[in-house]
Design a protein around this ligand. Structure first.
Ligand SMILES: Nc1ncnc2c1ncn2[C@@H]1O[C@H](COP(=O)(O)OP(=O)(O)OP(=O)(O)O)[C@@H](O)[C@H]1O
Ligand SMILES: [Mg+2]
Length: 236
């Protein structure tokens, strides 16, 4: 279980808070979809949960351990897919990127061998697994980055727009993977602009608007109230 409590974040030179009073929790086996317009604060929250940014105020904890008390505990349990494709090493191949990340995060050789095959299969990487990332399309980079986020078998998964840039087949694979990871008891937070992905994978929909939570409902409650219209809470 991850719990976020009254998280605030501002950036120098900006009048508006990037995030205000963000509180919610995500249980084991649960996926939350973070929804909101461009600039709403989704990536900022994801960067805080990935320990890249410090909040001005507030805390979050995983298994009741506060990030500020034991950042390494949370780091070791978390796998993050960052938005965009800038986080891979261009001069390494897809597999070298995944292996390097696995080694940095203490994945043993046996575990690596067990996990890499299914991930190559899931994300359809085999055609370019030994090619340099510098030659990849955006979607190929995204698929490689998703495999890299999963190689540590993390308990808490943070995915910033996992389906952005993916073709239809890979987008379907991501939906399948998220649902499988939920069944495995993982705790998942993903941001998305994709209605189908949100309603297929999320248990709860959390709408952030101008840095504040405007809505936090189960998917069933949301659907009953508004159908699949995700614009309802993206208003003043
Ligand atoms: N490093 C930074 N310095 C200053 N302002 C920033 C910085 N990072 C983000 N912001 C601001 O914080 C706000 C939230 O941005 P964020 O990237 O979290 O939005 P988002 O919800 O992820 O949007 P998108 O859907 O476009 O990815 C925006 O107003 C943005 O300009
Ligand atoms: Mg973003």
């Amino acid at each position: 279980m991850i719990t976020l409590s009254e998280i605030y974040k501002s950036f120098p030179g900006k009048k508006e808070m990037a995030l205000s009073d963000i509180s919610f929790s995500i249980g084991k086996g649960e996926a939350i979809a973070l929804v909101g317009e461009n600039g709403a604060g989704k990536t900022t929250l994801i960067r805080i949960l990935s320990l890249i940014l410090k909040p001005d105020k507030g805390f979050f904890s995983f298994d009741n351990i506060k990030f500020s008390d034991n950042p390494d505990y949370i780091k070791n349990k978390t796998g993050t897919l960052f938005s965009g494709d800038g986080s891979l090493y261009d001069r390494l191949t897809a597999e070298e990127n995944i292996k390097y990340y696995a080694q940095l995060n203490g994945v043993g050789k046996n575990d690596y061998r067990k996990r890499i095959g299914p991930l190559i299969e899931d994300m359809s990487l085999s055609a370019f697994i030994n090619d340099r990332v510098s030659t990849f399309s955006r979607g190929m980079k995204q698929r490689t980055a998703i495999a890299r986020a999963l190689i540590t078998n993390p308990d808490f998964l943070i995915l910033d727009e996992p389906s952005t840039g993916l073709d239809i087949i890979s987008g379907n694979s991501v939906k399948r993977i998220i649902n499988r990871l939920k069944q495995d008891g993982k705790t998942i937070l993903f941001s998305s602009h994709n209605t189908d992905e949100i309603f297929t994978c999320a248990d709860r929909i959390t709408v952030i608007h101008k840095g504040k939570i405007n809505c936090d409902k189960t998917v069933e409650a949301y659907r009953t109230a508004h159908g699949q219209d995700l614009t309802v809470y993206i208003k003043e």
